[in-house]
Design a protein around this ligand. Structure first.
Ligand SMILES: Cc1cc2nc3c(=O)[nH]c(=O)nc-3n(C[C@H](O)[C@H](O)[C@H](O)COP(=O)(O)O)c2cc1C
Length: 169
């Protein structure tokens, strides 16, 4: 790769009630604010193609936990592209953000296990953002992610972009 080729960060997200989407957008904004040029893309998981995965240098996965595991649409993304990308992403960096009501650890375990199969390298500890919705009405209501969690997502995006630009990832 020539020095003038910008490195590429791909943010892949799924969201039903808005929380994960807000985190993905905050992460994108942070990455876009990096001093060095890094190409940042933010794609809903059902729109990601194999070429998008193969062309990126690092990834952020953002998704909710549903029924103790990764939200089905995010799982379907991995199911759909797992073998297209197998053995082609080894060593690339990733981070993950999980939104949840009160848990999130099942989704975290599942995601980390899947990307271990791709031999991705964890660049930051997975962050679980718990929004404490308990009743069916609250769970299905549109979400507002607290400002400090959006800030943390923004800082994650910036750190990954800076790390990519400096060749750390
Ligand atoms: C069908 C369904 C199942 C859920 N299961 C869990 C769960 O197992 N554990 C948990 O902590 N939260 C669970 N939640 C809550 C969501 O993870 C939480 O509301 C999250 O913020 C949704 O993210 P989103 O706004 O990006 O869609 C569930 C929500 C739905 C709709």
């Amino acid at each position: 790769m020539s020095d003038s080729t910008p490195r590429r960060l791909l943010i892949i997200w799924w969201s039903r009630t808005g929380a994960s989407r807000q985190l993905a957008l905050a992460c994108r904004a942070g990455a876009a604010s990096a001093a060095a040029p890094v190409q940042v893309r933010c794609l809903r998981c059902d729109r990601v193609r194999a070429a998008d995965l193969l062309q990126a240098d690092a990834y952020v996965f953002v998704a909710p936990e549903n029924l103790g595991s990764l939200a089905g649409m995010m799982k379907a993304f991995f199911d759909r592209l797992y073998y297209d990308a197998l053995d082609q992403l080894a060593g690339r960096a990733y981070a993950a953000l999980i939104t949840a009501g009160s848990d999130g650890e099942g989704a975290q375990r599942q995601l980390e296990r899947i990307v271990t199969g791709w031999r991705l390298r964890q660049a930051a500890a997975t962050r679980i953002v718990r929004l404490a919705a308990q009743t069916p009405q609250a769970i299905l209501a549109p979400k507002q992610v607290p400002a400090q969690e959006r800030l943390a997502a923004r800082e994650l995006g910036l750190a990954l972009a800076e790390g990519l630009a400096q060749g750390i990832f």
